[in-house]
Design a protein around this ligand. Structure first.
Ligand code: PLP
Length: 424
């Protein structure tokens, strides 16, 4: 038997507890035990990076070392990238470290949760995407991973062939999206002209929940004084009465540190709310410390542009070297053509039909690793076997001279062998 089993004793304990509770209420506390957050003392003990107070406090005073808002990312960083990505800062989220991850997650969320304007989840129906070719292999890999059919459409000098695109999306409700790299595309360096942007925004689509995956990976990656500006896709979609049509992506992977950068997602208010409702289940919040480091380093849009000019100084001579050697060795041969990009990271080399795989094989055997032929097309198959992606950013200029020379030798060998075989 306990003391409280006696009615008198129990009443006295209860009275005591009630008094204590009233006293507790009267203290007017505001404490939070709901979240397993590390304490400031624990954060101070993390010797990862010695951070002064001004190195972990955001402009609004947020302690970036901890969980908690702003889960949409730091305002000061979103303010820098809003004009660059043509997304109002209120509709631009700074989240994660990879834009590819955000594109992947958008597809997964659309498969599992109805998009604004959708009748069904994508997983409950057949889904296909338009894939302008040549394009970025990882876009294609995400589609393949989730069983989304890809329909190639030709990429012209001004963007995807819009006659083909409009025809396809008008009649086929399976087509839910299109991959777009609107500026300095991977691998051609193509920039979409105003007319293309307007038509993408305005076109009639059989799918009510059609989305443009606008991967603006190279928004500030200029290589010449002709700094190309691409029209504002969100504004164009709003004007065309399709406010929810575009998802905009970008990142600092090729501005600051690849893998340790910041990725951005921007869209209409309805799409952003949809994203946040889904993404909020997946993560408690982004790496705000990294965002703060970025904001401190870049400072503002002018700081970002100045930083990208230093990249241009590094990359310009590398692209020039490859383009010069291609011109010296291949111009007029009839064996190859190549893009002369004004920005971005790649040159697309088009060799004689049926020769790309052979050129890559020859180069590999000669000790020059090239991106596999076919990587620029859905399912890794270039029907013409013609396009090779050249990425000149990493090697030093001297090494690039050897590489570009070597590639042109392989192009000549494969090309002339093919022409000789055709003569017999
Ligand atoms: N989008 C394009 C067109 C790219 O070329 C690349 C990288 O090459 C990426 C996205 C990857 O970006 P992130 O590092 O932000 O995932």
């Amino acid at each position: 038997m306990t003391t409280t089993s006696h009615p008198e004793a129990l009443r006295s304990r209860l009275d005591e507890a009630r008094r204590d509770y009233t006293a507790l209420q009267n203290q007017g506390l505001s404490l939070d035990l709901t979240r397993g957050k590390p304490s400031p003392a624990q954060l101070d003990s993390a010797g990862l990076l010695p951070l002064r107070d001004d190195q972990y406090r955001a402009a609004d005073g947020t302690d970036c070392r901890n969980y908690g808002p702003p889960n949409e990312g730091l305002r000061e960083l979103r303010d820098i990238f809003a004009p660059v990505l043509d997304v109002p800062a209120e509709q631009l989220l700074a989240v994660g470290n990879s834009s590819l991850e955000l594109m992947h997650d958008c597809l997964v969320h659309a498969l599992l949760s109805k998009l604004p304007g959708a009748e069904h989840r994508w997983v409950d129906q057949q889904v296909a995407f338009l894939a302008p070719v040549p394009g970025y292999d990882r876009h294609f890999a995400v589609c393949e991973r989730f069983g989304i059919d890809m329909i190639p459409v030709p990429l012209t000098a001004t963007g995807p062939d819009m006659d083909v695109v409009e025809d396809l999306v008008r009649s086929d409700p399976r087509i839910k999206g299109i991959w777009c790299v609107p500026k300095y595309s991977n691998p051609d360096g193509v920039c979409y002209d105003e007319e293309t942007v307007r038509r993408l925004a305005a076109m009639e689509t059989a799918a009510p929940d059609f989305r443009i995956f606008w991967d603006n990976a190279y928004a500030v990656h200029h290589l010449t004084d002709d700094e190309v500006a691409v029209a504002d896709i969100l504004a164009a979609c709003s004007e065309a009465d399709h406010p929810d049509r575009a998802f905009v992506f970008g990142s600092t992977s090729k501005i600051t540190l690849a893998g340790s950068g910041v990725a951005f997602f921007g869209s209409s208010p309805a799409n952003v709310a949809w994203w946040r409702a889904n993404a909020g289940k997946r993560t408690i919040g982004p790496d705000k410390l990294n965002q703060l480091r970025h904001a401190h380093f870049l400072r503002d849009v002018d700081g970002l542009r100045a930083h990208m000019r230093t990249h241009r100084e590094i990359l310009g001579p590398k692209f020039d070297t490859v383009l010069r050697i291609f011109a010296e060795q291949l111009e007029g041969s009839g064996l190859a053509t190549w893009s002369k990009p004004k920005g971005g990271y790649f040159i697309a080399l088009s060799v004689l039909e049926g020769c790309a795989r052979e050129v890559v094989r020859l180069a590999n055997e000669a000790g020059i690793a090239l991106t596999p032929a076919g990587a620029t097309h859905p399912y890794g198959t270039d029907p013409q076997d013609s396009v090779i992606r050249i990425g000149p950013t990493y090697p030093e200029v001297g090494e690039l001279e050897q590489i570009a020379h070597g590639v042109t030798v392989c192009v000549r060998l494969a090309g002339y062998e093919r022409l000789a075989a055709q003569q017999h």
